[in-house]
Design a protein around this ligand. Structure first.
Ligand code: ADP
Ligand code: MG
Length: 663
C-alpha cells in the first residue's frame, strides 16, 4: 500500500456571506488522502460535498485552515500556479458533464493539452487514444449534443485524463445517469484507479459509494464518519495511461488562441459577428473610399500641373471689357506682348525657358474634311520645353519660321486624325482660315487631364493647331484692342525661386505696362498647394467621421462581448477547471474582440476599395488607394477591438470559476 499523502487538509473552512449572516459550507475539515486511494464522499444535499471538491480541485480558496496538495500549501499559490495545478495534477468530472458544445469530441478532450501547451501534433492522437480507451473510438467526429449522457460522461472522463493527472475529482459523476450507465462509468473509474490514479468521488448513492475503498460522510460541513470498505476489485483491465507524460510548454500558444477566437468567437455566431462588425466596416470603408477619392483628385491635379510644367510662372492677359479695357489700352496699347516676354526672360534670374501664345479659332480644312473653329495657337519661344509637350513626327515651329513668317503648322494628333491626313502627314497642305499652310509636324499623343488647378484650366493640346506667332499676326484678322499674347509661361530653374520670381515679374510687368493692370501673374504650383490645403480640412472631417464610426463600432463590440461573457459563464468555468488561467481567459476574449474588429477592418477595406472603384466608374472621379492608409486602417480597427474588448475580457477573467460552474 502506498502511503504518500497526496491531500492533507486541516481545519479547512469555507463560509459564504449571505447578506447579514454567514453560511458555513465547510466547518473545519481534517482530511488526509494518500496517493492511489479511491475515496467516496457521501452526505445529504447541502452538506458541503461540492464545496470540498472545489477546494480540493483548487478552483476555490478556503476561508480558513490549510490545504496541502503534494505537500504544497495551495493558499500560497498565485492564479498561474493554481491553473497549472488544475491543468496537470487534477482531472475533473462533473455531474453535468460540462462539455463545450461548439467543439467536437476530440477537440473537447484535447482542450486541456492546449492549455498545457502540449505540441499540436501530439494532441489529437492522445485525445483519440483516450477516447478509444473509454470506448468512444467510433464517435470521434461527433459533437457532445449528439451523444447520450453516458457517452458524454465518458468524453468528460477522457478529457480529465488528457494531461495525465494524478488526481481525479468526480462530483456526482453518475448523478444524471441511469443505473446501467452508472455502473459502466463506475467501472471506468475503478479501472482508472487500478491504473494508479487517485480518485475522489462525490455521490449520494450508497451503491456507488460501496465501490470505493473508503467512504467519508459529510454532514453540515463536517466529517461525520470515515470508513474503509472491503477492497473492491476492478472488473476490467487497469487503465494505465498508455501515453508517456506529455511534453508541454505550460502555456496556451498564440496560434491556439487565434484558432479558438476564430472558431468559437467569430465563426460560431457568424451573423452576430457580422452585425457587430458593421460600425468598423463602415468606418474603415468610409476612410478608404474617401481618402482614395481625395488622393485621386490630388494626383490628377499634380498630373495636370505636370502638364502645365511644374516650376512655371504664368502671365496671363486679363480679359477686360468696357471702361476697364479702354483705360488699360490707353496706358498700354499692346496688352501682353512678345517684347514683355523677351524682357522678362532676359531680366529675371532663373528663367530657363519661356513661351507665349495667342489663340485664334479658325476653320481648318484638308480636302473635304474640315474642323470649324479649331483652336489655332500662334506660338513663340520654347513651347515644347516649357509645356513638356513634344512633336511625335516632323519638327516644331522654330525661330526661322517666325522670321520668314512661314506658313507652316504643327497639328495636334486629334486634328491630324480628323483631317484624315494618313500615316505621313508631314508636307501635307491644310487650309487654316483662308491661307494654305504646310504641315511640318504632328504632336505626340498624350492624355490631358480635364481637371483645372484652381482657375488654371488645362487645354487638350491634342486638338490644337500650332502656327508661328509672327505668321498668325500677319495672316489672321484681330480686334484692335486685343492683347498681343494671351499668355506667357516661364519655366524656372527651381521650385524655391517661383515666388520671388513671380513677384519680380509682376513688378516688371507693372512698370512695362505703365500701371495698366491688364495681366495676372500666377504660380500654378502655389495654387495647387493652396487648393490642397483646403482639401486637408476635408481630410480632417473624414478622419473625424471615421473616428466616430470606429468608436461606435468599438462600443458595439464591447456590448456584444459583455453579453457573450454573461452567456458563456459555463464555458468560462469549464475552461478554468481544465486549467485556463485568468490570463488565458482574458487573452481568449481579447483575441475574439480583436479578431472581430480586424475582420470588420478587412471587410471595410474591401468595401472601401470597391466603393472607390464604383465612384470612379459611376462618376469618373479618379481614385488612388494608399497602402499606408490601408495598413493604418487595418491596425486601427484591430486596436479598436483590443481597446473595447479590454473591459469585457477583464470581466471574463475575473469571473469566479466555481460561481460560473454553479450558475
Ligand atoms: P452539496 O454539494 O453537498 O450538496 P454544496 O457544497 O453545494 O453542498 O453546498 C454546501 C452549502 O454551502 C449549502 O448550504 C449551500 O447552500 C452553501 N453554498 C454553496 N455555494 C454558495 C454560495 N455561492 N453562496 C452561499 N451559499 C452557498
Ligand atoms: Mg453538490
Amino acid at each position: 500500500m502506498n502511503a504518500t499523502p497526496l491531500i492533507v487538509c486541516s481545519g479547512l473552512r469555507r463560509t459564504y456571506r449571505m447578506g447579514q449572516h454567514e453560511v458555513v459550507a465547510l466547518d473545519g475539515i481534517d482530511l488526509r488522502i494518500d496517493a492511489g486511494e479511491f475515496v467516496a464522499i457521501v452526505g445529504p444535499s447541502g452538506s458541503g460535498k461540492s464545496t470540498l471538491m472545489y477546494l480540493l480541485g483548487c478552483l476555490d480558496s478556503p476561508s480558513g485552515g490549510s490545504y496541502r496538495l503534494r505537500a504544497e500549501e495551495v493558499a500560497h499559490l498565485d492564479d498561474a500556479a493554481l491553473s497549472r495545478l488544475r491543468n496537470r495534477e487534477i482531472g475533473y468530472v462533473f455531474q453535468q458533464f460540462f462539455l463545450l458544445p461548439d467543439l467536437d469530441v476530440v477537440e473537447n478532450v484535447a482542450l486541456g493539452q492546449a492549455y498545457g501547451g502540449a505540441p499540436r501534433a501530439q494532441r489529437r492522437p492522445v485525445a483519440i487514444d483516450l477516447l478509444t480507451t473509454v470506448g468512444l473510438g467510433e464517435r470521434l467526429g461527433h459533437r457532445p449534443q449528439e451523444l447520450s449522457g453516458g457517452q458524454m460522461q465518458r468524453v468528460a472522463i477522457a478529457r480529465s485524463l488528457a494531461m495525465d493527472p494524478h488526481l481525479i475529482l468526480a462530483d456526482e459523476p453518475t448523478g444524471n445517469l441511469d443505473t446501467v450507465t452508472s455502473a459502466e462509468i463506475m467501472a471506468l473509474l475503478r479501472r482508472l484507479h487500478a491504473g494508479g490514479k487517485t480518485v475522489v468521488l462525490v455521490t449520494h448513492d450508497r451503491e456507488v459509494a460501496r465501490q470505493a475503498d473508503r467512504v467519508i460522510t459529510l454532514v453540515d460541513g463536517a466529517i461525520r464518519s470515515d470508513e474503509r470498505n472491503e477492497r473492491a476489485q476492478a472488473d476490467g483491465p487497469a487503465l494505465a495511461q498508455q501515453i508517456t507524460r506529455i511534453a508541454r510548454s505550460g502555456r496556451l500558444g498564440f496560434i491556439d488562441l487565434l484558432r479558438m477566437a476564430l472558431r468559437e468567437g467569430v465563426l460560431a455566431h457568424k451573423l452576430r459577428s457580422l452585425l457587430t462588425m458593421l460600425g468598423i466596416i463602415f468606418g474603415i470603408a468610409a476612410v478608404i473610399a474617401m481618402t482614395a477619392i481625395t488622393e485621386g483628385g490630388k494626383r490628377q491635379q499634380i498630373e495636370a500641373l505636370r502638364q502645365i510644367g511644374m516650376n512655371t510662372v504664368r502671365i496671363r492677359a486679363d480679359e477686360l471689357a468696357g471702361a476697364q479695357l479702354m483705360r488699360a489700352r490707353r496706358l498700354n496699347p499692346t496688352g501682353l506682348s512678345p517684347e514683355d516676354l523677351e524682357a522678362i526672360a532676359t531680366d529675371v534670374e532663373g528663367v530657363e525657358a519661356a513661351t507665349g501664345w495667342k489663340r485664334a479659332p479658325a476653320e481648318i480644312r484638308h480636302g473635304d474634311r474640315s474642323i470649324e473653329r479649331a483652336p489655332v495657337l500662334g506660338v513663340i519661344g520654347a513651347f515644347q520645353t516649357v509645356t513638356d509637350y513634344h512633336v511625335a513626327q516632323g519638327r516644331f515651329i522654330d525661330a526661322g519660321d517666325q522670321e520668314r513668317f512661314a506658313r507652316v503648322c504643327v497639328l495636334g494628333p486629334a486634328v491630324a486624325d480628323a483631317l484624315e491626313l494618313g500615316p505621313d502627314p508631314i508636307g501635307a497642305v491644310v487650309v487654316v482660315g483662308q491661307e494654305p499652310f504646310i504641315v511640318v509636324g504632328v504632336m505626340q499623343r498624350k492624355a490631358f487631364g480635364s481637371a483645372a488647378i484652381a482657375d488654371i484650366a488645362i487645354a487638350d493640346r491634342t486638338r490644337q493647331v500650332f502656327v508661328p506667332y509672327a505668321t498668325m499676326r500677319r495672316h489672321f484678322p484681330r480686334a484692335q484692342t486685343a492683347s498681343q499674347l494671351d499668355a506667357a509661361d516661364f519655366a524656372m530653374r527651381s521650385e524655391d525661386i517661383l515666388l520671388p520670381a513671380s513677384a519680380l515679374m509682376e513688378h516688371m510687368i507693372g512698370a512695362l505696362h505703365h500701371g495698366a493692370e491688364d495681366t495676372t501673374v500666377s504660380v500654378p504650383l502655389e495654387k495647387l498647394k493652396q487648393a490642397q490645403e483646403t482639401k486637408e480640412v476635408f481630410n480632417v472631417i473624414i478622419v473625424v467621421i471615421a473616428g466616430i464610426s470606429l468608436v461606435v463600432g468599438g462600443i458595439g463590440i464591447m456590448n456584444i462581448m459583455l453579453a457573450t461573457v454573461t452567456e458563456r459563464t459555463h464555458e468560462i468555468g469549464i475552461r478554468r477547471a481544465i486549467g485556463a488561467s485568468r490570463a488565458a481567459i482574458m487573452a481568449q476574449f481579447l483575441a475574439e474582440s480583436a479578431l472581430i474588429a480586424a475582420c470588420g477592418g478587412l471587410i471595410g477595406l474591401g468595401g472601401g476599395v470597391l466603393g472607390g472603384h464604383l465612384v470612379r466608374m459611376l462618376f469618373g472621379f479618379p481614385v488612388a488607394f494608399s497602402p499606408v492608409i490601408m495598413l493604418v486602417a487595418a491596425g486601427v480597427s484591430m486596436g479598436v477591438g483590443l481597446v473595447f474588448g479590454l473591459y469585457p475580457a477583464w470581466m471574463a477573467a475575473q469571473r469566479d470559476p466555481v460561481e460560473s460552474l454553479r450558475a
